[in-house]
Design a protein around this ligand. Structure first.
Ligand code: SF4
Length: 370
């Protein structure tokens, strides 16, 4: 009987792509994907650390997996391997390793390619493994052709981030910015096209940090067979000159841009270390609307430390002015190690909930009108 693997993912698109690539490596080794945990020989939990909510859900899910190891032990059956992987492993892995003895594997984002070998070792030698290295991710990680969607593929162009927005844990869990070589990106895109996939999304924490990103887009766009090309995320701090003109000219790049503004208050943006002002942001939006004539989506945080009514109203004003197609609105919560965790989290939960609701209601109306 082939062995079965189950990967549960909590969090962002980058994690979804990582889980897909990892599943592909297991399938290449003869594993099958299990429909649920109960059928699996290996259960991996891949979790984003950007928000506490995803980590809390993952922790309670990991706790619930203990029942499988207990049941299996009493029946004398073969053991399941249970692992916490990805950003949360890097963030809280040592603590989980100490507290949850049923978790056999802790593996950070840089070492995901080693997981199939680690799982074999755990089974064979009855050991636990923890790998929180910061090494450069092995290019081998991306070599599988397995795709979850038949018509759309996500291709990672960079991992990590060196921007250090003060609330963000990414530079600590995924490490500083690391680039995949353009030729490796192109090989992976071509492999997808050969599978009949026509829609490609290039992924990076900030694609604008990729040196000469427009050149990369232009090379990928020219690959025969691509019908639609997207990219995410584009941070307002360093949108490359000429990007909008390129988007307008291209017959393949989608006319939609995810441009997270986070706060409309210059004082809060400075505390967030976002590297732009509300004026810069609104100018960018103006140029985008004039040149690309496309749609926009965004991310917003309410209740950042010291956020006063005036700051909140400045954020609300940007939502009203820009009229995004979609806005992902979050209540601030401090993340360990991020610089803002040293600031006093002085906006009450009650006020965060109130502000969050005001923006959600506003955005709902805007989205419905659009
Ligand atoms: S640009 Fe800022 S928010 Fe985005 S991943 Fe980098 S540090 Fe985090």
């Amino acid at each position: 009987m082939p062995k079965k693997i189950y990967i549960r993912t909590f969090g962002c698109q980058m994690n979804v792509r990582d889980s897909e690539a990892l599943l592909g490596l297991f399938l290449e080794r003869g594993y099958q994907a299990a429909k649920d945990e109960s059928q699996a020989d290996i259960i991996l939990v891949n979790t984003c650390s950007v928000r506490a909510h995803a980590e809390n859900r993952a922790l309670s899910y990991l706790g619930s997996l203990k029942k499988f190891t207990e049941r299996r032990r009493t029946r004398g059956a073969k053991r399941k391997v249970i692992g916490l992987i990805g950003c949360m492993a890097k963030n809280l892995g040592e603590e989980v390793y100490q507290r949850m003895s049923h978790v056999d594997l802790i593996c950070g984002p840089a070492s995901l390619a080693k997981i199939p070998v680690y799982c074999d070792k755990i089974k064979k030698d009855n050991i636990r493994i923890i790998d929180l290295d910061d090494d450069l991710r092995d290019e081998e990680f991306y070599r599988s052709s397995f795709r979850l969607q038949p018509d759309h593929a996500q291709v990672v162009i960079s991992t990590g981030c060196s921007n250090h927005c003060s609330y963000c844990v990414v530079p600590f869990v995924r490490g500083e910015l690391r680039l995949r070589r353009p030729e490796d990106v192109i090989v992976e895109v071509k492999r997808n096209i050969d599978l009949g996939i026509k829609k490609i999304t290039l992924l990076g924490q900030n694609v604008n940090d990729y040196p000469n990103f427009i050149d990369l887009l232009s090379k990928v766009e020219k690959i025969a067979g691509i019908e639609e090309l997207n990219f995410i995320t584009s941070q307002p701090r360093n949108v490359p000159e000429g990007l909008f003109e390129f988007m307008a000219r291209s017959g393949k790049i989608s006319k939609h841009l995810h441009l997270p503004f986070q706060s409309g208050s210059n004082r809060i943006l400075k505390k967030m270390n976002r590297g732009y002002t509300r004026q810069n942001y609104l100018q960018l939006v103006d140029s985008y609307k004039k040149i690309v004539k496309g749609t926009l989506s965004t991310d917003v945080i309410v209740g950042f430390p010291t956020e006063a009514d005036k700051d909140f109203l400045a954020t609300k004003d940007i939502l009203e002015k820009v009229r995004f197609r979609k806005a992902y609105i979050f209540k601030y919560s401090p993340r360990p190690r991020a610089k803002s965790s040293k600031m006093v989290d002085d906006v009450s939960d009650e006020l965060k909930v109130k502000r969050h609701k005001i923006l959600l209601d506003l955005q709902k109306k805007i989205s419905l009108n659009k």
